[in-house]
Design a binder for this molecule. Sequence first.
Ligand code: DGT
Ligand code: CA
Ligand code: CA
Length: 606
Amino acid sequence: MSTPGIHNADIADAFEEMGDLLAIEGENPFRIRAYQRAAQVVRSLPRELAEMADESEYDALPGIGEDLAAKIGELLATGHLGALEKLRRQVPPGVRELLGLPGMGPVRVRALMTGLRVRDRRELKRALASGRLAKLRGFGPVLLSRLQAALAAEPTPPEARRLPLSVAAQYAEPLRRYLGSIPGVTRVEIAGSYRRGRDTVGDLDVLLCAPAGIDPFGPLEHYPDLRELSASGTTKASGVLRNGLQVDLRVVPKESFGAALQYFTGSKDHGIRLRRRARERGLKLSEYGLFRGDRRIAGETEERVYRALRLDFVPPELREDRGEIEAAARHALPVLIEGADLEGDLHVHTDASDGRDSLEKMGAAARARKLSYIAVTDHAKHLGIVHGLDADRLARQGEAIDRMNDERRDFTILKGAEVDILEDGRLALADAVLARLDVVIVAIHSHFGLTEAKQTARVLRALERPHVSILAHPGGRLLGEREPYALDFERVLDAARDRGCFLEVNGQPLRLDLDDIHIKSARDRGVLLAIGSDAHSADQLANVDGGVRQARRGWARREDVVNTRPLGELTGLLRQARSRRAGSAVVRIPPPAALVHARPRVRPSS
Ligand code: DGT
Ligand code: CA
Ligand code: CA
């Protein structure tokens, strides 16, 4: 039996830390790599390991051998990992803390330890001030200035960190299910930034609907994910989950549930504007309801609250006070894209490069998801890219794709590649090779620290190449790990529009890149978006859900996203993109044919 409350994210964290600490200790690279890979595999599993039967099942997972399966077993059974605890005792806490600084992976931390005997922040500060650090290999001027800035700031206490939405969800969804099973509780909603689909959340704001006299907090005392819980009476409680996430819980009666949901969904700015609108109409809006004098005129549902304020229903993703209230008053809110609108996925990897599953398996999984096309976009070979494809291997993959396409009428695999933009803006594959592909993704995977002028020139130069279709993860951030690189986004947008290139909304849970703000600017400028899973295994095709959520936050409609279009229209747009160069006549994007006689789109009831 397993200790309740151990989630895949905890196991992945433990393995990642094992890998880091082994690397600091200068251990065998293969062992380190095994832990890193296992962490990735576990993190992306669609099922909780805790729900699997036994070790033989973990053993069958890719990248998990007997030894790692036993460690998963140990973690699930005891909540601890002996080997990790031993390593933690060996590596001083000050050294481990250095891993949290920008740009500091285990290799650099080890270099600090062995090269300069730096074992904590204080010693690092001294090494930096004395100029000794600048002499160490791998510590360039950009890194030094980032370290300087980070060391000047106080370290963030772990509780003050925001968690990526996908990480929070691993705790939030089981909590939602548990709360829903408590007798007397008729409804559970996780409001706040979580419901608005923000890429990171600060805490969870949970609303329970239950009649007076029910105490839902009693059963919560035994909920294994909760580290602390303090209830004040039977309507309010707050606690801390084992991953450090704070949870605020409130019990609300049925007649106020919609008003409370509206209030606690926020955002704060949206709420302030809404309450002002109520006041202007002689009404009062609070978490208890919308009142005229003492009479509640709305409150049971959010829809009624908005309607009573003479507004169309505002989807939670738009509630950021970015013009949504004005649009709702004018009946001009966009009809936001939905997951079911996607016809295809334009960013998919296979085991030909660094993916886990075969071409056949990725195709079958995409068909099971009711897609009618995917673009297989394995990494092109270049220095530093393991298993990247060269022109020959791409050609052979192309033949395999032709054979598969011949077998089916209802599903098409497009030939593609994900090609690195080199430091100077050249591409890692020759134009003649790219010319044979249907979809060419270009992306930055190195030299993140260039100045804005250089980084922008680099991207613009890449977009000038004749066969480029998509700029992938254009911002370059990794949530919690890497800030976006410096880029003049306006110029990139203009170039993409002139060229007819698409900008990606990458759905990987830690990328979600473009972000919501940039999606909105792209959309407002008429640049088409491509929502891509960037799947490296079949189950990761589900990444598009995060991409769709993000696109909705950026006001994207179905027509703004190129992979909602049927294959014929898509290939037309792809051809158009490749025949243009920046500076030539502006590409006119026709509205999708399907929208001319669109099926009726139902707005949320209002
Ligand atoms: P977070 O937790 O930082 O990711 O962001 P939120 O939006 O979940 O913010 P949070 O947890 O502080 O509060 C949840 C909601 O409650 C917020 O979106 C709106 C409402 N709220 C909280 N504090 C205030 C306030 O001072 N004034 C108003 N009008 N609303 C508030
Ligand atoms: Ca919150
Ligand atoms: Ca809160």
